[in-house]
Design a protein around this ligand. Structure first.
Ligand code: GTP
Length: 598
């Protein structure tokens, strides 16, 4: 039967170990367009994704592979995003598979994301095919890596494929193992429909395109379907698959991976992890594992040109159509005027949204320092969630403040354990345990405040270990912390957009660092500008930006006009990313500096 010839799988790997390159080889072997050809044809689609070399959106392709035996198989290759910000999406796309190709770089060996991805695959009961890639590299050491897969991951690596996705070595063996080892999907085509949503995207012509894996039953064009998370119903207009060219079908049945459209207006109705069923004959329960994705990081976004507030609102609305994890609501700042408080899955997600707003919608933005969400218990027994430091209630009303923690697993060569522990300690980490993985490597496990690892943790980790350590983390609940709001005053006025939450222990040092940094970043003005850091009414640090001595134009008084114009133009350019806060011009970097220093 058709069902017995289906193989559904993903490729999992640490970043740069060769996932995309191997996918290209598989696409070629099945005579589909390669990813690179595909990308060339969809030039305008996802510029950013390509430039960053990170897979953001999941995708799935259907491939026909004729085995040497003459039998033709139907492969569904499901792509997974590679960054921790999107780990829930990774887990759902793996849930749509029966198997995973584990790609490990023959020179780098097993890294933190390799392990994290394997755990997700094992949680989803996937059959794992080990592939040691890049064996063409002069420093490849496949025997060592094989041993690592056994010792560190605990998988049998005796029949790991030695491959080079670059030259094509091993591709045939990989295809054979896919057929032999990955089970065909089970399930009953006549059962009530259960289809897992593992991705969705908004298309201007079709509405929301929902990517599904049919687990039970069959869905046809014309069916009335229901989203089990919110009960909304829609009529199916189109079902199909990408080969990678879009092909319409009459139906998708058990084991199929493809898309459907149903005049759905918002991706918020098609949450990743939700189950699609029939409105008439619904499944009695949804597929397991559905979780609403909640933003972890917030920041304020303000147009530099206040006249563009409405454009920003519209742009956010457009992005939201395609990004169910993005949240935003209007916010007013005394310093920055009208803008939006936006919620993101993590810093990468935040960067991507900001960049798209500036690039695709041409809106120059001031972004305030990102903040995690604090749970604040008040003395009257109520509690509030605070994602904007300037909204932190006054100290006298606060009973306690809780902040989000992560459990961080850092995989490192033994030599760097000391410097990693020092780093974690400095970031308020609490040592949990250490696992000796093999003769050379250790997993160092710490509980760390999310706010501390948000900004430069990863960079410092990389630079202090020559790039050898790798990091993975997962959310680990909230904990009470001794946190304070620190305000920044410019020219005697509190600038709400510069407020930060700091740990009591670091308040003085950080206050001082921030004040010094701001002094450096804020250009001289016509008058003297005092900068102060305050906790409550108490000033804990201060500095002063001296006044500009001369008017730049004074020099050309009576001089030639073109020189004057040039100077004015230069000044204007310098102002590009500035925002007038009260009477003081503040550059974008100043807002981020607060974050970097805190
Ligand atoms: P992300 O999308 O960032 O997660 O990376 P990826 O895992 O998809 O890696 P990608 O396929 O982009 O490969 C990363 C780099 O390794 C590229 O420069 C590839 O050309 C190179 N590469 C991939 N496979 C091989 C191989 O077998 N041999 C050699 N020498 N280089 C390879």
């Amino acid at each position: 039967t058709r069902q017995s010839r289906i193989r559904n799988f993903s490729i999992i790997a640490h970043i740069d170990h060769g996932k995309s390159t191997l996918a290209d080889r598989i696409l070629e072997a099945t005579q589909a367009l390669t990813q690179r050809e595909m990308k060339a044809q969809m030039l305008d689609a996802m510029d950013l994704e390509r430039e960053r070399g990170i897979t953001i959106k999941l995708n799935a392709v259907e491939l026909n592979y004729t085995a040497p035996s003459g039998e033709t198989y139907i492969f569904h290759l499901i792509d997974t995003p590679g960054h921790v910000d999107f780990s829930y999406e990774v887990s759902r796309s793996l849930a749509a598979c029966e198997g995973a190709l584990l790609v490990v770089d023959a020179a780098q060996g097993v890294e933190a994301q390799t392990l994290a991805n394997v755990y997700l695959a094992l949680e989803n009961n996937l059959e794992i095919i080990s592939i040691i890639n890049k064996i063409d590299l002069p420093n490849a050491d496949p025997d060592r890596v094989k041993q690592e897969i056994e010792d560190v991951i605990g998988l049998d690596a005796s029949d790991a494929v030695l491959a080079s996705a670059k030259t094509g070595i091993g591709t045939n063996e990989i295809l054979e193992q896919i057929i032999e080892k990955i089970p065909a999907p089970s399930g009953d085509p006549n059962a009530p429909l259960q289809a897992l949503i593992f991705d969705s995207l908004y298309d201007a012509y079709r509405g929301v395109v929902v990517y599904i894996r049919v687990v039970e039953g069959t869905v046809h064009v014309g069916d009335q379907i229901k989203m089990m998370a919110n009960g909304k119903t829609f009529e199916v207009l189109e079902v199909g698959v990408a080969t990678p060219k879009i092909e319409s079908r009459e139906e998708l049945s058990v084991g199929d991976v493809g898309f459907l459209t149903a005049s759905i207006k918002s991706v918020h109705d098609t949450q990743v992890g939700d189950t699609v069923t029939h409105a008439e004959r619904p499944a009695d329960k949804p597929l397991p594992g559905y979780r609403k994705m909640n933003p972890m990081v917030y920041c304020g976004l303000y147009p530099i040109d206040t006249a563009r507030y409405d454009d920003l609102r519209e742009a956010l609305g457009r992005l939201e159509l395609n990004d169910s994890a993005l949240q935003y609501e209007p916010e007013t700042s005394e310093a920055l005027g009208f803008g939006f408080r936006c919620g993101f899955l993590g810093l990468l997600h935040m960067d991507i949204v900001q960049e798209r707003l500036e690039r695709e919608f041409n809106i120059d933005l001031i972004a305030t320092a990102p903040s995690v969400i604090y749970n604040v218990k008040l003395t009257d027994g109520s509690s509030v969630r605070v994602g904007n430091p300037s909204e932190m209630p006054e100290r006298k009303f606060i009973a306690e403040v809780e902040e989000p923690y992560v459990k961080a697993t850092i995989m490192t060569p033994n030599d760097y354990v000391g410097s990693i522990m020092e780093l974690c300690q400095r970031k308020r980490g609490e040592f949990k345990t250490m696992e000796y993985l093999d003769a050379n490597r250790t997993n160092v496990i710490y509980d760390l405040p999310l706010s501390e690892i948000m900004y430069d943790f990863f960079d410092i980790l990389k630079s202090s270990t020559k790039g050898y350590a790798s990091l993975d983390y997962e959310m680990d609940g909230y904990r009470v912390s001794d946190l304070l709001k620190m305000d920044i005053l410019l020219n005697g006025e509190k600038v709400d957009a510069l407020s930060v939450i700091v740990h009591q222990e670091f308040a003085y040092d950080r206050g001082k660092a921030i004040v010094e940094k701001l002094k450096e970043l804020i250009p001289r003005q016509q008058f003297e500008v005092p900068i102060q850091a305050a906790i409550g009414q108490k000033i804990i640090s201060r500095s002063t930006i001296k006044a500009l001595r001369k008017n730049v134009l004074a020099k050309c008084y009576g001089g030639d006009v073109s020189r004057k114009r040039k100077l004015l133009e230069k000044q204007k350019e310098g102002k590009k990313r500035m925002k007038a806060v009260g009477s003081v011009e503040v550059p974008q970097e100043a807002f981020m500096a607060v974050f970097r220093m805190s």
